[in-house]
Ligand binder design. Structure first.
Ligand code: MSP
Length: 677
C-alpha cells in the first residue's frame, strides 16, 4: 500500500475486507471464492478511480486452532505459521491484489485488540462474571442450550464450560443496533440476510462472555493475564488493527483515519451474526464508526453440501490453477454463482463454461478479429471508432454504451453474474455482426479501395468492441485482459485510464501487438486431470494427517492402518474407546470408474449393511474380497469420495514408501459386528 500512497491520496478511499481464515485447515475453493470476489471488487473500484484498499489475512488464535495444532503434534505458533503461509502463497500465486495481509498473531494486532478491550472497559461495557454453560469449539460460539445439546449452528456436540469470565454488555446494544439496521437498509446485504439478523436481535441479546481461562492460545486480557480474549473479539478487530488502530504512530493513525469505516465487508452467511451483531456492537461501545455495509454471500457447494474441511468435500484452487489457470476459476465462480445465493462447483461445469464462454466466446472473437486485421491490413487499425453514418456500426456503438451502463450498475450492486452476462450478450451482438458482414467474403469478392475501406471499418468496429469488452472484464479475468490489451496495441492495461470508458478509444494508426492464443480450448481430459490431482491430494493429506504422532498411518482414502506408532503420545483408554472398531464382512466389491485406487465396498455388520469407499484397488482384486471379514472403523463421520458416500474406514497395515495396504483380519472365525476393544 505504501507504494501506491503518494499518487492515491487525491483519490477517494475505499476499504474492503474478507473474513480472516482459520488456520486449522489449508485453503480450499470456499476461501478462494470470497477472496476472488474481494479482489475483483477492489480491481473494479481502482479502475473507477478509487484508492481501494483490500485486506485479507488469517485468524490464528483460539481453542480450535490449539487443538488442531496439538493433533498435528506441532506448537500452535508453528502450525499457524505453516498454514498462514499457505494461504498467503496461494493468493500470491493467483496474483491477488490485497494491500495487506493480517495475522492475528502479529504484535500490531495484539496491541490493537488490547487497546480495544481497555477502551470498552473504560467506557463501562465490560464486567466480570461467571459463565456456566455450553460452548461449541468448532464455531467458537457460546451456546444457549442445556448440557449435552448439540450446537444449533453446526450440530456438533457442545462442551460444558464453567469459568470466571469478562462479559461485554451486548444487551445494551439491542435497541441501538435495531435503530441502525432500520436507518441504513444497505448496512446488511442482501435483504434476506438483513431480515435474519434483525429477527435474531429482536429475539433479545444477552451479554457476551469475552474471555476464557481454560486454555491460553490467545491474546491476554490486559492486566489479568490468566484470561485470553474471546477469539471472535480478537478476530473481528483485525479489520481495524490492520489499519493501525491501537498505535500512536502518526502514519498508523493517518491510515486508520483515511480508510475506516470500511465500505464493504464480505463474508459467508454462517458468520453473519458475529459480523452484523457483535462487531457493530463492539464498535459502538468503543465510539467508533460502523462499516458502511456487510455483504453476505452464500456457500459454494460440492457434491451437494457446503465445501468444508470437516465434511471432507473440498477442492483445492491449485488443482484448477495447474490445469486451466486463475482466470478460468475467477470467471467460473463469479459467472456461475449468483452472488448471495448458494451455488455448486463441479469440474464438468467449470470446463464447460471455460470452453463456451472463454475459449469459444471471448478468445475466439479476439483471435479471429485481430488475425484478420493482421492479415489484411498489416495489423494497423485505421478507422476512427465513431462512424455514425453506417447504421450497423452505430447499432454496435449503442449496444456497447448500453453494455457499459448495465455492467457498471450491476457490478456496483455486486451482481457479478448478471454483469458478466451483459458483457457476453454484447459479445454475441458483435459476433452476429461479424458473421452477417462476413468481411473475409467481401474481400474475396473484390479488393478495390471502397471495399477495403468497408472491411477496415467492420474489423475496426469489432476491435473497438473488443477494447470495451476487455476493459469491462479486466477486474474478473485480469491476466487474459492484460494479454488482449497488449495484442490490441494498447500497452499495459494496469496503466490505462478506464474510469470513463466509452466508445471510440481505439485510435486510427494503432498497431496491434504480437498476437497469440488467449484461452486455448480445454480438452475433455482436463476434467480427469483435475479429478486425479484431487484424488492424489486427498490421499496425500489423509496420509499426512494420520501420520502425526499418536495417529494411525493411513495408506489411502477409506483405509486406516492399524496403529503402528513408535513414539506415540499416549492416549487414555477413554480416548481409545471413542473409536468403534468392528468386524464386517465384504458382500460387494467393485472398482470406481475413473479412480484407479478406489473400490466401492458393501459390508455387512450384522445389524446393518453399509457402503465404504476404500483405496485398496491397487492391492486387492475386487472378486478376491467377497466374503472376506475385515476390521472397520464404524463410527467415522461419512465423507464423499468421487461422489460416493463412504461410511467408515477399513483397517489395514501400510507397507513401504507407497503405503501398500494389507488388510487386518483374524485367524479364528469370528462373527460379524463383533467390537474390538
Ligand atoms: N475465522 C473466521 C472468520 C473471522 S473474520 C473476523 C472463519 N474462518 S473460516 O476459515 O471458517 O472462513 C470462513 C469464510 O470462508 C466464510 O465466511 C466464507 O467467506 C469463506 N468460505 C469458507 N468455505 C466456504 C464455502 N464452502 N462457500 C463459500 N464461502 C466459504 O469463519
Amino acid at each position: 500500500m505504501s507504494a501506491r500512497m503518494p499518487t492515491e491520496i487525491s483519490k477517494k478511499p475505499y476499504y474492503l475486507t474478507t473474513p480472516i481464515y482459520y488456520v486449522n485447515a489449508r485453503p480450499h475453493l470456499g476461501h478462494t471464492y470470497t477472496t476472488i470476489a474481494a479482489d475483483t471488487l477492489a480491481r473494479y473500484k481502482r479502475m473507477r478511480g478509487f484508492d481501494a484498499r483490500f485486506l485479507t489475512g488469517t485468524d490464528e488464535h483460539g481453542q480450535k486452532i490449539e487443538r488442531s495444532a496439538d493433533k498435528a503434534g506441532k506448537t500452535a505458533q508453528t502450525f499457524a505459521d505453516e498454514i498462514s503461509a499457505e494461504f498467503r502463497s496461494l493468493w500470491a500465486r493467483m496474483g491477488l491484489t490485497n494491500d495487506d495481509y493480517i495475522r492475528t498473531t502479529e504484535p500490531r494486532h495484539k496491541r490493537g485488540v488490547q487497546r480495544l478491550f481497555m477502551e470498552l472497559q473504560q467506557r463501562g461495557y465490560i464486567y466480570k462474571g461467571t459463565y456456566t454453560g455450553q460452548y461449541c469449539v468448532s464455531d467458537e460460539l457460546y451456546v444457549d442450550a442445556p448440557e449435552g445439546a448439540p450446537c444449533p449452528d453446526c450440530g456438533r456436540p457442545t462442551e460444558k464450560v464453567s469459568e470466571e469470565n469478562y462479559y461485554f454488555k451486548l444487551s445494551a446494544f439491542e435497541r441501538p443496533l435495531l435503530e441502525h439496521y432500520e436507518a441504513h437498509p444497505e448496512f446488511i446485504r442482501p435483504e434476506s440476510r438483513r431480515n435474519e439478523v434483525m429477527a435474531f436481535v429482536r429475539g433479545g441479546l444477552k451479554d457476551l462472555s469475552i474471555s476464557r481461562t481454560s486454555f491460553n492460545w490467545g491474546i491476554p486480557v490486559p492486566g489479568d493475564e490468566k484470561h485470553v480474549i474471546y477469539v471472535w473479539m480478537d478476530a473481528l478487530a483485525n479489520y481495524i488493527t490492520a489499519l493501525g488502530y491501537g498505535s500512536d504512530a502518526p502514519e498508523d493513525q493517518a491510515r486508520f483515519a483515511r480508510y475506516w469505516p470500511a465500505d464493504v465487508q464480505l463474508l459467508g452467511k454462517e458468520i453473519s451474526r458475529f459480523h452484523c451483531v457483535y462487531w457493530p456492537a463492539f464498535l459502538m461501545a468503543a465510539g467508533l464508526p460502523l462499516p458502511r455495509s456487510f455483504v453476505v454471500h452464500g456457500w459454494l457447494l460440492f457434491e451437494q453440501s457446503k465445501m468444508s474441511k470437516s465434511r471432507g468435500n473440498i477442492v483445492r484452487a491449485e488443482t484448477i490453477l495447474d490445469v486451466l489457470g486463475a482466470d478460468a476459476l475467477r470467471y467460473f465462480l463469479l459467472r456461475e454463482i449468483v452472488f448471495g445465493q448458494d451455488g455448486s462447483f463441479s469440474f464438468d461445469a467449470l470446463v464447460q463454461r471455460y470452453n463456451s464462454d472463454l475459449a469459444n466466446g471471448y478468445g475466439n472473437l479476439v483471435s479471429r478479429t485481430l488475425a484478420m486485421i493482421e492479415k489484411y491490413f498489416d495489423g494497423v487499425v485505421s478507422f476512427p471508432g465513431r462512424s455514425i453514418h453506417v447504421s450497423s456500426i452505430s447499432g454496435i456503438e449503442n449496444a456497447a454504451s448500453d453494455c457499459i451502463g448495465s455492467f457498471n450498475k450491476l457490478f456496483e450492486g455486486l451482481q457479478f453474474s448478471a454483469a458478466l452476462e451483459a458483457v457476453w450478450a454484447f459479445m454475441k451482438t458483435v459476433d452476429i455482426y461479424l458473421n452477417a458482414e462476413a468481411p473475409w467474403k467481401k474481400l474475396a469478392q473484390s479488393n478495390d479501395l471502397p471495399m477495403q475501406n468497408r472491411v477496415k471499418q467492420i474489423l475496426d468496429t469489432a476491435a473497438e468492441s473488443i477494447r470495451i469488452i476487455t476493459a469491462l472484464v479486466y477486474p474478473v479475468i485480469p491476466d487474459a485482459a492484460a494479454k488482449v490489451w497488449a495484442q490490441l496495441g494498447l500497452g499495459d492495461i494496469t496503466q490505462a485510464d478506464l474510469k470513463d470508458l466509452q466508445w471510440g478509444g481505439l485510435k486510427p494508426g494503432t498497431k496491434l501487438g504480437a498476437l497469440g492464443p488467449v484461452f486455448p480450448r480445454a480438452e475433455k481430459e482436463a476434467i480427469t486431470r483435475m479429478q486425479e490431482k484431487e484424488e492424489a491430494r486427498l490421499a496425500e493429506s489423509t496420509a499426512a494427517a494420520t501420520q502425526a504422532p499418536g495417529a494411525p498411518i493411513a495408506a489411502a482414502p477409506g483405509v486406516v492402518a492399524a496403529p503402528v506408532v513408535a513414539e506415540a503420545k499416549t492416549i487414555t483408554i477413554d480416548d481409545f474407546a471413542k473409536v468403534e472398531l468392528r468386524v464386517a464382512q465384504i458382500k460387494v466389491a467393485e472398482r470406481v470408474a475413473g479412480a484407479d485406487r478406489l473400490l466401492r465396498l458393501e459390508v455387512d455388520l450384522g445389524y446393518e449393511q453399509r457402503q465404504i469407499v476404500a483405496g485398496i484397488a491397487e492391492a486387492y482384486a475386487p472378486e478376491s474380497l467377497i466374503g472376506r471379514k475385515v476390521v472397520i472403523v464404524a463410527n467415522l463421520a461419512p465423507r464423499k469420495l468421487r461422489g460416493l458416500e463412504s461410511n467408515g474406514m477399513v483397517v489395514a497395515a501400510s507397507l513401504g514408501e507407497k503405503g501398500r495396504p494389507v488388510l487386518a483380519g483374524f485367524l479364528e472365525d469370528i462373527e460379524v459386528g463383533a467390537r474390538l476393544k
